[in-house]
Design a protein around this ligand. Sequence first.
Ligand code: PMP
Length: 445
Amino acid sequence: MNSEVLYRELSELDKKHFLHPTTSIKQQQENGPDFIFTHGKGVRLFDLKGRSAIDGLSSLWNVNIGHGREEMARTAYEQMKTLAYSSCFATYSHEPAIRLAAKLADIAPGNLSAVFFTSGGSESNDTAYKLARHYWILKGEPERKKIISRTKSYHGVALGATSATGLKPFRDFTGSLAPDFCYVDHFSPADLRNKIEEEGPETVAAFIAEPVQGAGGLHLGPEGYFKEIRSICDEYGILLITDEVITAFGRTGSYFGIDHYSVEPDMMCFAKGITSGYAQLGGVMLTEELHRVFIDRSEGTLLHGYTYSGHPMACTVALKNLEIVESEGLIENARKMGEEMLKGFRSIEAESGIAANARALGLMGALEFVKNKETNERFQSPLAPKVVAEAAKRGLICRSVVFDQQDTLVFAPPLIMSREEMSELHSILEDAVKAVEKTIAPAAN
Ligand code: PMP
């Protein structure tokens, strides 16, 4: 079948039958899918119409080792052939899950030493809230139930994860939320202290934060932020959970995002980069101290478990992925290419009348659009989505964030990015920004 005909057929079926995640339904119904991808190789994706594009967000911040890696496919194939699936419920186990748990204990920050596996980030967050509350039940303080999170945070879409998500549009989407969640200003340790005092420290189970906020517009914490919130949590005996779903496994130029701040969490959520998207896997890690409480005080069953907790193929794929991250020096590459990425963003910012506030940590970066660079005043109608469209036409996929009065482009290219690919990304982006800048009437400028 010719690809134009196939595209039309698939596009119609897509509109009729496929309810897309986090997608404008209206836009889907009007235009059909923008891209129908057929394959990927390295930092690029290819589509049915014969176009190719740099995957500037590693798809969903996850394809860290790049697309089309045959060694990953072979690893999955061998594991599926040998033991595609067996349960980890009750006391059943298997080598891939055991080896991965031990590997994670080896590389994780601080004293994190035990892991509960899930299938992704949202499940990891819900698991963290439940395990944190269960920990307090075991410790004889069952009234410690509240989970505090930050106003610009994104923690996923399961009911607990949605309830913890600070970004209001995600919470407003559904009629009611899980109880015992509250929010504090994204950047203010003082606000965390006030909220704890207001709620009563004896009712607070945990505080959760992303080391670098990603999906909500890519926000880096102010200097000293994490050290301060660690000490506030310690002062009130509150657990600190870091949500490293995006930041773990090299994305920020260190193994884990929190490593930049020399802080040790009590629990850590991960997903995405653990397998680079070659399989669905996430998890929550607990410190040895927390694990010890579970070991010493649990009498019944740990009544929390997903069918795919510790999926053998996913765990084997994760081990292979981490081997690649380490053997190819991808964490170091993320650090170097991250500096390169920021340099390029800064030069686009300097050249352009509308680009501003370039920032990055490792290969997580952002660029904003403003009407006035002095006051940071925004355009009434955001420009970032227009730049995304112009970039896509020229062969670069990136994402805009416009909720919460933002007008931001976010980037997280694969950790395998070369210098040449990075300069290609910059030159496409520069052209796309120029193309949009040209459309702005001088009066609006
Ligand atoms: N936490 C963070 C920080 C995330 O960025 C995401 C997804 N972007 C999630 C949780 C949810 O993960 P998932 O989509 O795998 O459920």
